[in-house]
Design a binder for this molecule. Structure first.
Ligand code: NAD
Length: 432
């Protein structure tokens, strides 16, 4: 079986490389020539732990190739995975499916034998039906099958998540496609992944419902953290106490900044929008979106309080600006709200992120990238630990505060409040 991944981003590249590592021939296609040229030279356009080694291993043994020629790659393949972006529509809240439909149109002109066409991108329920309509304009329905196989990997853990998934969801009622996909995924199923075969529409909705539920957990504990701060309770006790209940589970119950990234913000909005199209009211998810949108304001209010409402000319350093650790992804990171807010009010921002300088801040004269933790922290009035990189877990703050004492606001509860206070720091954290 020859596989073609259309869209060589976080999902297409990771799943393409992992499929090739399982012994399949994989062509990764992207319309971004720059990206493909980099990959052909063995350079990885994204930050994802372990990816570089896996790409070079499979590129060298010729199971993995890269191309910008979508039509030829489709003709040469048996299974085509659509992995392009589905961002929020500009000025709206529904998913912008233009990339998906453009790819579907291109595929429709390149079908030379039976193809299984799979959406791995996160797409609203009934998108598979639309893709089928587009492709059947130029092809008999006997020549192709449209399947939904949503991806659940997390950036930063993508290779592990792809290789050891909790579940593989395949939405199709075509027995030939189901047999082929079960074979393709057999190496993962034999390592313990649950294989779930559903209708195509159910598979599409499982992905959105899962993301909306996880976003709800994060938002829920963030609101509980607000209550803990007012009542002198440590939110971590609450997370542990709740998480021990098997019906609830402990994951995604860690209080912190607003959820961000390339999935939760856009997917929660898109599922609400889809529901409205079908005259259904997802009131729980709507309030999760509202609460999350307020989260950064809540944390900013706290920053104002910590600095006695004197923001102008204060030096504030951010440790980490990506939406989470182990990724370079800045999409919808809460730092994109917090840093401009503080900069507009006259603060001088310094930041350090292990994945380097960010284009999002280069035009702001009040914001400066520093290439080490030490340079970012020294001379600051306030240090905000924004992202939970391992690099930030054992900083010797005492040494760094010799020249000037600073306050610490730890949005990830990395440090012990007691120990920081014992060391003489004014230390603030979340929900404790
Ligand atoms: P991405 O933006 O990193 O990558 C998409 C790629 O598709 C880009 O490189 C773009 O150039 C390419 N592309 C767009 N149109 C194309 C075309 N016509 N031909 C060839 N290439 C084209 O996106 P991503 O983060 O990998 O997400 C892809 C999809 O997977 C989205 O629907 C997302 O919601 C879903 N998803 C993402 C994650 C994640 O952690 N990033 C996890 C699970 C699911």
């Amino acid at each position: 079986m020859k596989l073609c991944m259309v869209g060589t981003g976080y999902v297409g590249l990771v799943s393409g490389v992992c499929f090739s590592d399982l012994g399949n021939d994989v062509i990764c296609v992207d319309k971004d020539k720059n990206k493909i040229d980099l990959l052909k030279k063995g350079k990885i356009p994204i930050y994802e732990p372990g990816l570089s080694e896996l790409v070079s291993k499979n590129f060298k043994n010729k199971r993995l190739s890269f191309s910008t020629d979508l039509q030829k790659s489709v003709r040469d393949s048996d299974i085509i995975f659509i992995c392009v972006g589905t961002p929020t529509k500009k000025g709206g809240s529904s998913a912008d499916l233009s990339q998906i439909f453009n790819v579907a149109k291109e595929i429709s002109t390149s079908i030379n034998r039976f193809k299984i066409i799979i959406t791995k991108s996160t797409v609203p329920v009934t998108t598979g039906d639309e893709i089928e309509k587009i492709i059947s304009k130029k092809n008999s329905k006997k020549k192709f099958s449209i399947v939904s196989n949503p991806e659940f990997l997390r950036e930063g853990e993508a290779i592990r998540d792809f290789t050891y998934p909790d579940r593989i969801v395949v939405g199709s009622d075509d027995s030939r496609s189901n047999r082929t996909l079960k074979n393709l995924y057999t190496p993962l199923i034999s390592k313990g992944a649950q294989y779930l075969n559903t209708s195509r529409r159910a598979a599409e909705l499982i992905k959105y419902a899962s993301n909306a539920f996880l976003a709800t957990k994060v938002t829920f504990i963030n609101e509980i953290a607000n209550l803990c701060e007012k009542t002198g309770i440590n939110v971590e006790d609450i997370s542990i106490g709740m998480g021990l209940d098997k019906r609830i589970g402990s994951r995604f119950l860690r209080a912190g900044p607003a959820y961000g990234g390339s999935c939760f913000p856009k997917d929660t909005k898109a599922i609400v929008s889809t529901a409205e199209k079908f005259k259904s009211n997802l009131s729980v998810i709507k309030s999760v979106i509202r609460s999350n949108e307020n989260r950064s304001s809540t944390l900013l209010k706290r920053v104002h309080q910590i600095l006695n409402n004197k923001i102008k000319n204060k030096i504030i350093s951010f440790l980490g600006v990506t939406f989470k650790a182990n990724t370079d992804d800045m999409r919808d990171s809460s730092s994109l709200i917090m840093i401009p807010h503080l900069s507009k009010r006259g603060a001088k921002i310094k930041y350090y992120d292990p994945t380097g300088i960010k284009k999002e801040f280069v035009n702001d004269r009040n914001v400066k990238y520093e290439n080490s933790i030490k340079k970012a922290i020294e001379g600051s009035d306030l240090v905000i630990i924004h992202t939970e990189w391992n690099d930030f877990k054992s900083i010797n703050f005492k040494n760094l505060s010799k020249k000037k004492k600073f306050i610490i606001y730890d949005l990830r509860n990395i440090y012990s409040s007691e120990k920081m206070k014992d060391q003489g720091f004014k230390y603030f954290s979340i929900g404790r």
